[in-house]
Design a protein around this ligand. Structure first.
Ligand code: NAD
Length: 479
């Protein structure tokens, strides 16, 4: 033992929760990162009550006060990014440089929204009636529930918690079950930022207990969710039934188109990074590689060579390119899709199974299949280091294949043609488009989100976050 125990945080108090659940290190199953207790529904309800009780006063606090608290959080995260990145790498499995980068991004997001707290927009217009003035202001939406996935356990909570607090809301944050350590670390920093009791609360536990208790609580005013499509859709139905304001970021099956005129070095870099870095566990991962016929064979050979050279292993070891799959459950999903690839007749080009000798963890070789558009591996989100390669006759065919999906998060193209890049930016059915860049990898100060089955509700991040985290008031005054 001797590992830390991660607690929930309610109304300014640490709450142990029940049980002694191991927080697994997916690269070393013999050495858990820590232990944690889970809350029950009744204790979760207390957290929502605490947030609801604190909301009015926090909503009336000065922007300066909110800015200072968020700035302090951002400063501390940035100062401790190496240590937080190490915790993240051990708990979630992305490589140490990726994890440190994520920690830094979380810090930058808090800093960005510290500034936004001082820039809450409003308008004053002349009325259509004589002697009347009209003001349009933004007020906090209220008590916000935040439900997050495991794949970005610092950055995603940051890009929800920071705007929520900046605009005067109070927060109940539920992380995914397998990343309690990162959530606790973030809560610990927030607990020392001078926020009044109840303004920020952390609830550790299961989706069906803690998550449901949050969503069902009548004092919750809004829900920001990131996770899978099935969970998101179920929450949407519940939210609609009680008119809860809701924002959903869900899955992706993101295409990366490689045209014959592409710079092949750039195209292969984009494909390897987009499909396999962070173990392919990114909602924006390039899981469909759509390659024009004229360069299909050359691209395939270069991909095979690059994938064979990638080093899979403990994410803390320098030089490792790809860490473990984050959990045994996700590994089972990945392996079942590899089997589905075989069953559907796709041709295995690289990987295809677990990595021997990498240690006692969930290590999976980066896997590439030559697929056809109807194959399950080409249609369904896998969320692992498994990509489907599709052959396109020409640009028009490639665009049609790119858009032939229920998802619409991110779409990328590698080309040296301005005409095709411009056309693709206009016609790709996705919330984000990349030209000569991997589909994964976004800036923290601009809107993030998709369309079709990938997203629902207003965009996250950047100034667009104001749409979800505030409600508009129109005030008329007889002048
Ligand atoms: P998930 O849907 O299984 O879980 C997400 C969260 O929902 C977890 O905290 C979980 O405990 C909670 N939850 C589960 N059931 C619940 C219920 N009935 N009520 C309330 N809460 C419940 O997703 P995951 O496996 O943690 O994450 C992977 C998914 O997240 C992938 O589909 C990925 O594409 C998606 N994702 C999307 C984005 C984006 O911005 N679009 C970003 C990252 C990840």
């Amino acid at each position: 033992m001797g590992e830390p125990r991660f607690s929930s945080y309610i109304h300014g108090q640490w709450v142990a929760g029940a049980g002694d659940h191991a927080d697994e290190n997916p690269a070393d199953l013999d050495a858990p990162v820590g232990h944690y207790g889970m809350l029950d529904a009744a204790t979760t309800a207390q957290a929502v009550d605490a947030a609801a009780d604190a909301q009015h006063a926090w909503g009336l606090s000065t922007p300066q006060r909110r800015a200072e608290a968020l700035d302090a959080v951002g400063t501390e995260i940035l100062a401790r990014k190496d240590e937080l990145g190490r915790l993240l790498a051990r708990e979630e499995g992305k490589t140490l440089p990726e994890a440190i980068g994520e920690a830094a991004r979380a810090g930058q997001i808090f800093k960005f929204f510290a500034g936004e707290a001082l820039r809450i927009p409003g308008e004053k217009l002349a009325s259509t009636r004589p002697g009347v003035e009209v003001e349009i202001t933004r007020e906090p939406v209220g008590t916000v529930g935040i439900i997050a996935p495991w794949n970005f356990p610092l950055a995603i909570p940051a890009w929800k918690i920071a705007p929520a607090l900046a605009y005067g809301n109070t927060v109940v944050f539920k992380p995914a079950e397998i990343v309690p350590g990162c959530a606790w670390a973030l809560a610990e920093i927030l607990s020392r930022a001078g926020l009044p009791e109840g303004v920020f609360n952390l609830v550790l536990g299961g989706g069906r207990t803690v998550g449901q208790a949050m969503v069902e609580h009548p004092r919750l005013d809004a829900l920001s969710f990131t996770g899978s499509v099935p969970t998101g859709r179920a929450l949407l139905v519940q939210a609609a039934a009680r008119a809860l304001k809701v924002q959903l970021e869900m899955g992706g099956k993101n295409p990366l188109v490689v045209l014959a005129d592409a710079d092949m070095d750039i195209a292969v870099d984009c494909a390897v990074n987009g499909a396999y870095f962070s173990t392919g566990q990114r909602c924006t991962a390039s899981s469909r590689l759509i390659v024009e016929a004229a360069v299909y064979d050359a691209f395939t050979e270069r991909m095979r060579a690059r994938l064979a050279a990638l080093r899979v292993g403990d994410p803390l070891i320098q030089g490792v390119d790809i860490g473990p799959v984050a959990s045994g459950q996700q590994l089972d999903t990945d392996l079942s899709y590899i089997q589905a690839g075989h069953d559907d007749g796709a041709e295995l080009l690289a990987g295809g199974g677990r990595v021997d000798g990498a240690g006692n963890g969930h290590f999976l070789a980066p896997t590439l299949f030559a697929a056809t558009p109807g194959d399950r591996i080409a249609r369904e989100e896998i969320f692992g280091p498994v990509a489907a390669l599709l052959r396109a006759d020409d640009y028009g065919h490639a665009l049609a294949l790119a858009n032939d999906t229920e998802f619409g998060l991110c779409a990328g193209i590698c080309t040296t043609s301005l005409k095709h890049a411009t056309h693709f930016k206009r016609h790709a059915q996705a919330g984000m488009v990349m030209v000569n860049l991997p589909t994964a990898g976004v800036d923290p100060h601009v809107p993030f989100g998709g369309r079709k089955a990938s997203s629902y509700g207003p965009r996250e991040q950047g100034r667009h976050a104001v749409e979800f985290y505030t409600t508009v008031k129109t005030a008329y005054t007889a002048a």
